[in-house]
Structure formats: structure tokens, C-alpha cells
Design a protein around this ligand. Structure first.
Ligand SMILES: CC(=O)SCCNC(=O)CCNC(=O)[C@H](O)C(C)(C)COP(=O)(O)OP(=O)(O)OC[C@H]1O[C@@H](n2cnc3c(N)ncnc32)[C@H](O)[C@@H]1OP(=O)(O)O
Ligand SMILES: CC(=O)C(=O)O
Length: 504
């Protein structure tokens, strides 16, 4: 096992709230930033770059809130080499500034319209002023990977001489390779050095690790790899790579990784690619029969780490690639114990569904099992009617009448849109029979055009039980209602069966 970092104390600066928020379209309120900062601090992140205090009133409020929240992490803000920015940072109560200075000739001449000399003086003056204002200073070279190394080295040397506490090497547009990083980094370790990588060519993580191996002691990261353009090095990928591949104890609470990822995705409204390492929906989900068969005997056959390490759970889903072992395990979890003949038939029918291009949900598997095992499946919910009112001058409202376990219920609810209103009224109306919550909602248009067939998949939770189900209609509200009612029927049916078992 390689242990490059065993004798080194690595630090993490999380810039989800600054570079991550620079992801086009992302904007967080001060309260949302505080929520994320608290989670970052709880998990053991050393420094939180909370925002760009000079950018707006809201940013200043966020930096203030975070710096006054009594978090364990250091609170940092981005700052240009300007007294005004530094004053704002200090007045907001930040502990430190990420003092960014463009250092490539391209940025110096084209962007700033200045000379190297002018930028040099500006940077040193800013370091001195920030130290006068009592700030910890991380002097950062923007576009360092395209800068003249001797200019950057001189700037860093003079910066440290004038009080800079730390330095940072920015690969601003993701042009480094691991080899070039290893060659460049050692000469810039004139003080504790951070590495700030972008992922434009998918090398952010590899370059960050190469820099840490070559003398850098702090990595700039973001949750879910958010950041300008293709993003920054992902916190979760770096932590797990260091722990798993380099046997380095990061001190980060790894089990908090997934809840934090979900929180950030929800608040930033940036969905995760399903195949995103560590935190993507599919990172610990398996369908292939051969994989599931192996996993059921020993999970390490097809998982590089256990999902629980990062706060997740393994999922085995069924489809045309499933084999007998995984179908049997899934059925057992759903409460079915088919004999060998029935199991063979269920496997065959599930494969047929997959062949038709259908994403097989738990409700589908249960329907197949009911049919094959000739189990009586009386629906618990009989939906009599639902009505939606929506338009430019009305609050979206849904009303519903249904019979649940023989009891007729009528209810109404408003929502942010017609689908939201419909799903809310369903949740409320079944509440007396069971507390069923919508965990996830996903919609796909199966065909193109305004008359497209839409496919809605939902994940419902009742107590600790999670179940997926689907609806497919040309009307999105109908498809949503169908998906939810189908899942609720299954969950309530299980409840009824449990109840009758207990009274037998
Ligand atoms: C690689 C990175 O991620 S860099 C960080 C990017 N982050 C941001 O841009 C934060 C959000 N930005 C903002 O809110 C605004 O751009 C502000 C408040 C910072 C500045 O707004 P404005 O004064 O309207 O300037 P504008 O955005 O048009 O241009 C940027 C100015 O900063 C200057 N500048 C850029 N970088 C630096 C720097 N590191 N140090 C000093 N000055 C700088 C530019 O020369 C330009 O100045 P000029 O207007 O005198 O020519
Ligand atoms: C400072 C910064 O975010 C960059 O150079 O990428």
C-alpha cells in the first residue's frame, strides 16, 4: 500500500460556497450557506471559503453569519488585491482571505490591462494591508499553470516575506496534467501551499493528488465537484481516494459525505449525474445478475468501498440483466418466497419488461410476483376522482376522492404547481392509513413533442421502508398520481398484511 501522506497533515479548504456557487445559475441565501457551512464544519473541513464578500449585500451577510456561528472551521472569503475588498472581508469578521492575484501574462495584460510590475506591487500591497487588518492571508496565483514560473516564485517569495501565511497555486482553466503538476509544485512550496484545480479535462482529482504528493499541503475542493464550468476537484472523491488508495486518514467524517452531497444538490438545484463517483444514484446500485450474485456472497467483489462508509446504502434493482440470485433476494425483501418454478417464471417476466425498455420498479416486481404466484392483490386505494385547478390567476389546487380500506376520503391541497398540489393531497388523504412520504420524484418524456408520453418514477417512504413505482401517461399530473397511488397501494397492502398476521 502506498503511504505518500502518512507523515503529513493535509488540510482541506472547501470552496463550495464560493467557486461552487460560481456554477452558472447557482445562488444561495445566507441561511442556506450557513446550513452547508455547519455541515462542512461538522465533518471536519479546516477552512470554508464562504463566498465573495465584495460581491453583494447577501454575500456579506453570509460571511458574517458563518464567521459568527461558532463553527470549528476557519471562515474565509475571496478577495481581490484591493483595499476595498480587504476592508469588507475584515468588517464581515472573516478569519482569512483567499487573496487572488492574476499571474499569467494573459490575465495580467489582457484581463487587467496591467504590467507584471504593477500586479506585483498591487499584490504585495494587498498582503501587507490584509495583515494590518488582522486577516490570515492565503496569497493565490490565478492562472498559475500558465504563468512564468520565475515571476510567480518571486511573487510568492515576496508575499511570504510581507506576511502571507499560505500560498495557493490555481489551475484556473484545468490545463495541468499530473506529470506537469509534479514537476511544477515543489518550487512553489515556500510556505504551506494549497492546490486549486478545475476539472475542464477531467483531471482535477488526479492533479490535486499529484500536487499533494509533490509538496502541497492543502487541497481546495467543492462538494459534488461544483464550480466554474466543469467544476473543481470534488471533496468526496479526494477524501475517499486519499483514504482508500493512499491509506491516509483525512480526519473527515466520511459517513457525512452523502447527506452533505444531497443537501448541496438540493439547495443549489444542481442534480447529480447518476454515475457520479461516490454520491451518484448509481454509485452503489447494481443490476447485473453476475455482479449481484457476487455481491450477495461478498460485497467487495463489485464494490471498492462499502456504501455505509460514505453514509449510503447498497441497492440492487431488477431489469433485463438480472439473474435468479438477485431476483430472489429482491423478492425476499419485498416479502415474497416463491418456489423454484415460480422464481424462474418471475425472472423471465422481469427480463421481458426490461427488453421492452421499461425501468423495472418495486411495484412492477410485486405485480409480476402476484401474478405468477397467483396471489390475490386487492387494491387498498380506489381512486374515484381527482381534479386540478391551475392557471395564471389561480393557486394550483388539487382535490381528490378515494376509498381507502373501505373508507371514503375527500381532500384538497394547494401546491407550487399542479403536480405538487396533487401529490400533497394524496399524502394528506392517506395519512390516516399510513404515513407515506414522497422521497424522490423523477420525470422523463418518453417521446418528443408536447403530446409526449411522460414516465414518472417515484420513491416513497413508509416508516423505514422504501419502495419505487411508476406511472406513464401523456398527462404529467395523471402519470404522477398513477405512480404515487400504485406505490401507496403496495405499501398499505403490506401494512394490512402485517396487521392481519399480528391479529391471527
Ligand atoms: C477564477 C475566479 O474564480 S475569480 C473569482 C470570480 N468571482 C467573481 O467574479 C465574484 C463576483 N463578482 C462580482 O460581484 C463583481 O465582478 C465585482 C463586485 C467583484 C466587481 O464588479 P465591477 O466593479 O462591476 O467590475 P467587473 O466585474 O466589471 O470587472 C472586474 C474588475 O475587477 C478587476 N479585477 C479582477 N481580478 C482582480 C484581482 N484579482 N485583483 C484586483 N482587481 C481585479 C478587473 O480589472 C475589473 O476592474 P475594472 O472594472 O477596474 O476594469
Ligand atoms: C481563484 C480561482 O477560483 C481560480 O483561479 O480558479
Amino acid at each position: 500500500m502506498i503511504t505518500f501522506f502518512a507523515d503529513k497533515k493535509l488540510r482541506f479548504l472547501d470552496t463550495t460556497l464560493r467557486d461552487g456557487e460560481q456554477t452558472p445559475g447557482v445562488s444561495l441565501t445566507p441561511e442556506q450557506k450557513l446550513k452547508i457551512a455547519s455541515a462542512l464544519s461538522d465533518m471536519g473541513i479546516h477552512t470554508i471559503e464562504a463566498g465573495s464578500a465584495m460581491a453583494s449585500e447577501g454575500e456579506r451577510e453570509a460571511v458574517k453569519l458563518i464567521s459568527e456561528a461558532g463553527l470549528r472551521s476557519e471562515c474565509c472569503t475571496y478577495s481581490r488585491a484591493k483595499h476595498g475588498d480587504i476592508d469588507i472581508a475584515a468588517d464581515c469578521g472573516a478569519d482569512s482571505i483567499h487573496l487572488v492575484v492574476p499571474v499569467s501574462d494573459l490575465h495580467i495584460t489582457k484581463k487587467l490591462g496591467k504590467t507584471r510590475d504593477e500586479v506585483f506591487k498591487m499584490a504585495i500591497d494587498a498582503v501587507r494591508y490584509a495583515k494590518e487588518r488582522g486577516l490570515i492571508v492565503e496569497l493565490s496565483g490565478e492562472d498559475a499553470s500558465r504563468a512564468d514560473p520565475s515571476f510567480l516564485r518571486n511573487l510568492f517569495r515576496e508575499g511570504v516575506r510581507n506576511g502571507a501565511d499560505r500560498l495557493c497555486f490555481c489551475d484556473t482553466v484545468g490545463l495541468l496534467t499530473p506529470e506537469k503538476t509534479a514537476e511544477l509544485i515543489p518550487e512553489f512550496c515556500l510556505a504551506p501551499l494549497s492546490i486549486h484545480c478545475h476539472n475542464d479535462l477531467g483531471l482535477g482529482l488526479a492533479n490535486t493528488i499529484a500536487a499533494l504528493k509533490s509538496g502541497a499541503s492543502c487541497a481546495h475542493v467543492t462538494v459534488n465537484g461544483l464550480g466554474e464550468r466543469a467544476g473543481n476537484t470534488a471533496l468526496e472523491e479526494l477524501v475517499m481516494s486519499l483514504e482508500k488508495l493512499y491509506s491516509y486518514d483525512t480526519g473527515i467524517s466520511k459517513e457525512k459525505i452523502y447527506p452533505l452531497s444531497v443537501l448541496v444538490s438540493k439547495l443549489t438545484k444542481v442534480p447529480l449525474a447518476t454515475n457520479k463517483p461516490i454520491v451518484g444514484e448509481m454509485a452503489f446500485t447494481h443490476e447485473s445478475g453476475i455482479h449481484a450474485h457476487g455481491l450477495l456472497r461478498d460485497a467487495t467483489t463489485y464494490e471498492p468501498m462499502s456504501p455505509e462508509t460514505v453514509g449510503r446504502k447498497r441497492r440492487i434493482i431488477l431489469g433485463k440483466h438480472s439473474g435468479t440470485a438477485s431476483v430472489k433476494a429482491a423478492l425476499s425483501e419485498l416479502g415474497y418466497e416463491p418456489d423454484d418454478q415460480q422464481l424462474k417464471e418471475i425472472v423471465s417476466r422481469i427480463k421481458k419488461l426490461g427488453d421492452k425498455g421499461i425501468k423495472v420498479t418495486d411495484a412492477d416486481v410485486m405485480a409480476v410476483a402476484d401474478a405468477v404466484m397467483m396471489l390475490e392483490c386487492k387494491p387498498v386505494i380506489d381512486l374515484k376522482q381527482f381534479t386540478i385547478v391551475s392557471g395564471s390567476n389561480s393557486i394550483p389546487t388539487a382535490s381528490v376522492t378515494m376509498v381507502i380500506n373501505g373508507v371514503e376520503v375527500t381532500g384538497a391541497s394547494t401546491g407550487t404547481g399542479p403536480v405538487d398540489a396533487a401529490l400533497k393531497v394524496l399524502e394528506q388523504s392517506v395519512a390516516f392509513a399510513g404515513d407515506i412520504r414522497l422521497e424522490e420524484y423523477h420525470v422523463d418524456a418518453i417521446s418528443g413533442g408536447a403530446d409526449a408520453m411522460v414516465d414518472v418514477t417515484v420513491k416513497l417512504r413508509k416508516d423505514g421502508r422504501i419502495l419505487t413505482s411508476r406511472g406513464a401517461r401523456t398527462d404529467i399530473v395523471e402519470a404522477s398520481v398513477e405512480a404515487v397511488v400504485s406505490g401507496m397501494n403496495r405499501l398499505l397492502r403490506e401494512e394490512n398484511e402485517n396487521r392481519s398476521r399480528n391479529t391471527d
